[in-house]
Design a binder for this molecule. Sequence first.
Ligand code: B12
Ligand code: SF4
Length: 637
Amino acid sequence: MELPKRTKGDEYTSTGEYPELRRRIRAASEGLSIPAAVAYAFDNRTRLVPYFYSSHRMAPAGARAVAAALYDSGLTKTRVVLQQWTPNFRPSRAKLDGESLEMLLVSSMQIHAERAYRLIADACSLPPQDRPLILGGGPKAIYEPWDLFGIGGDPNISADVVVTGEEFVLMQLVEVLLEYRGAGGTMRAAFHLARADGALASIPGLVYRQDESFDSPLVTTGIQRLVRNLDEIPHPVIGYQLLERPHRGRELRSQPLAASRIWRHSPIGSLSISHGCKFNCDYCPIPAYNQKTYRHKSGDRIVDEMRRLREQLGIRFFFGTDDNFFNDRSSAEQLFDKMAVAKIGGKPLRKMARWGTEATEFDTWKNRDLLPAARLSGLRALWMGLEDITATLINKGQSVNKTEELFAMLNKVGISPMPMMMHHDGQPLHSKEGLYGLLNQVKFLRKIGAQGMQVTVLTPAVGTRSYEDNFEKRSVFDAVGTTPLLQYQFDGNNVVASTLPKPWRTQLNVLIAYCSFYNPINFARMLLRPANSVGLGVVYQVGSMIGLVKTAIHSARWSYRLWRGPITRRAAPSQPKAPMIDVSLPGDQCSQSDGSTAIPGSRPVGPAPVRGNASDKPATVPLRVGTESQGKISASG
Ligand code: B12
Ligand code: SF4
C-alpha cells in the first residue's frame, strides 16, 4: 500500500516557515549543550555491484541534512557517524566534549535495518536515566515505523520516537522538546513530559508509544508537511563538516573529519536538487512519498552549493539525488542557465565541477534539445531507469529506437548514458530473436554506447501499490533452507521473490549479465572508442570488475542456496505488532490512493488528544512486539 497524502493544497509549509522555525530554536537553545549523533546504519553485506563504490565514497545526503538542520538551529554539538566508515561505533560509549549523547538519531534504509536495530539496542543497554533520546528516521522509518519499537520482541529495545518525514518534522519536534527540557533537563525526559501533555500530536509525521507501558499502542500523528522551497534547507557544507572520520574504534573522536580531508573519503558529493516524479510505476514508492508533488532548488542555490563544496572542501564530483531530473522542463532550464555562466575560482563551473543524476528516458527525450546546455552546466552522466527497453515489464515511454537515438545524442554531447535494468520472472536470459532477453538488451545497450550497466531483480518494495500483490501471489520468500530471509537481502541483488520453479537461475542471470558487460574485452573496447564517448565508461569498467569479485561470490552462494531449497513463501507482509492509533488533527488528515483516510496499519481515534489530556487510550488489543524479520537483537552482536 502507498503512503497517504495530505489534502490537496495542504501538502506544503508556507514560505519562510522553516527558516523561522530554526531561528526560534536557535534562540531557545542558546547556551545549552545537547550532544547528538546522527548514525547512518549500513549493512556491509549490501556492498555489491553496482553500489560497491558509491555506497562508501558518497556520504549520504539524508544523515548530513538532519545534522545540518540541528547545527544550524544552534545544536552545534552534533556529529554524523557513517557505519560504512566507522563500523564499530557504539552509541553507549560515545561522548562529545566529554558528555554522553543526549540524542541518538538513527537513519536507515530498509536494507540496513538489521544494523539500525543494533545501534538502538546498544543505546538501550544504558540504564534508563542515562539513555539518550532515540529517534529513528529515513526510508525504513518512513514506511515501517513500528519496526523500530520493541525490537526483537523486547519492549526495552526501542526507539522513543520515529520521524516518518523529512528534517522539518524533526525540527518541529525539537522545538517542542526544548520547551519542556528547559535548562536543566534532558531531551528524553522532555519527550516523556511532552508526550504525556499531548504536545506531540500536533506535529504531523511522528510515531511514538502512547506511554511507557509494555502493551502501549503506537500513536501516529499523520503525514508530514513538505518544505516547499528547497532553498530554505540549510546549506550542505554544514553537514559535511560534522562527519566522524573513518576509524575502527567504538567511541567518537574529539574532532570531526578535517575539512581538507573530506573529499578523500567522500569524493562524490550527493546533492539534493529536486524531489518527486510525475510517473506512477506500481513498484515504486517515490511519487506517493512525495505526495505527488515536485520540488526543486533554484539554479543560484545549486551553483552556490557546488561552489562552496568545491572551494571549501575540494569536492569536484556531484550526484543529484533527483528521482527524475527532467521531470519539469522549466526547472531544469533555469538550472542550466545559471550553471553555464557560473564560475568557481575564476574558471567556468563545468571545468571545476562535474555532476550526474537520474532521469527517465521519456523526459530526457522530451527535453533532448536541452542536452548541449546540460553539458555546459557540467552534467557528465545520466542514470536512466530503462528497466526493460521493450517496455514489457513497465511502459514508462521507453522504446528501442528512442534509446538508440538518445544514447547517440548523449554520447555526442559528452554525457554518459548509464542504463538501469530490472530483470524479472517473465524475462529469459537470452531470446533467439528480438531484444526481449536480458543478455540481448545488455549487449544492445553496450553497442549503442552505454557507459555503465545496472541490473537488479524486481524486488517487492514496501510503500508501493504492488507490494501486497506479491504476497498474495505467494511469490515472496519467507525462508530458504532453514534460514529466514533478512531485510538486507531486499536490495535488488538477491532474488527474494519469484513464482518460477527455478529462481536460482534468475540469480545467475543477473551475474551473467554483469559479467557480459564488465569484463576485460569490453574494457579494451571502451578504451578504443572515440575520445568523446569514453566518458565514465572506463572508470566504471575498472571499479565494477573489482566489485564483481565479491558480487559473484555472493550471487553464486545465494543461487546455490536457492537451488538446495526448500523455499517457503509468505502470505502477508509484516504488520504493526502493536495497535496503531491515528491522532492526526482534522487539518492534518490525509487520503490514500484508494480513497481511505488512515495511515496504513492504523485506526483513527477522532480528535487528537490536546495538551493536558493524554488519556485517549483504545480498547486493549493483544500485543506482540517486533517483527518476524527482526530476530533476536543484542547490543554486542
Ligand atoms: C541517492 C539515492 C541512492 C544513492 C545514494 C544512497 C546514499 N547512501 O546516499 C545510491 C545510488 C548509492 C543508492 C543506492 C540504493 N538505493 Co537509493 N536512493 C537514493 C534516492 C534517490 C535519494 C536519497 C537521498 O539522498 N535523498 C536526499 C536526502 C536529503 O533525503 P532523504 O535521504 O530522504 O533524508 C531525509 C528524510 O528521509 C529524513 N531522514 C533521513 N534520515 C533520518 C534520520 C532521522 C533520525 C530523522 C529524524 C530523519 C531522517 O530527513 C532527511 C532530510 O530531509 C532515494 C529516493 C528518494 N528520493 O529519497 C533512493 C532510496 C533511498 N534508495 C533505495 C534503495 C532501495 C536503494 C538500493 C537498495 C537500490 C535499489 N535496489 O533500488 C541501493 C542500496 C545501496 C546500499 N548498499 O546502501 C530506496 C530505499 C527504500 C527503503 N524502504 O529503504 C529509496 C527510498 C528509493 C525507493 N525505491 O523508494 N540510492
Ligand atoms: S519513473 Fe522512476 S522514480 Fe518515477 S515512479 Fe517510475 S520508478 Fe519511480
